[in-house]
Design a binder for this molecule. Structure first.
Ligand SMILES: [Zn+2]
Length: 42
């Protein structure tokens, strides 16, 4: 079972993924997409 980035869908084999929580669910975000979530995408 591989983890995927919530935003771009990249897998943990290709890039470092960070474990987070969204809406109480465990999700993963890659280091490239992390700034998007920090600054807000909408
Ligand atoms: Zn990503």
């Amino acid at each position: 079972m591989s983890c995927k980035c919530l935003n771009c869908g990249i897998t943990s084999k290709e890039v470092v993924l960070l474990s987070c929580r969204f809406n109480g669910e465990p999700v993963y975000v890659c280091v490239k997409c992390l700034p998007i979530f920090i600054h807000g995408s909408h």
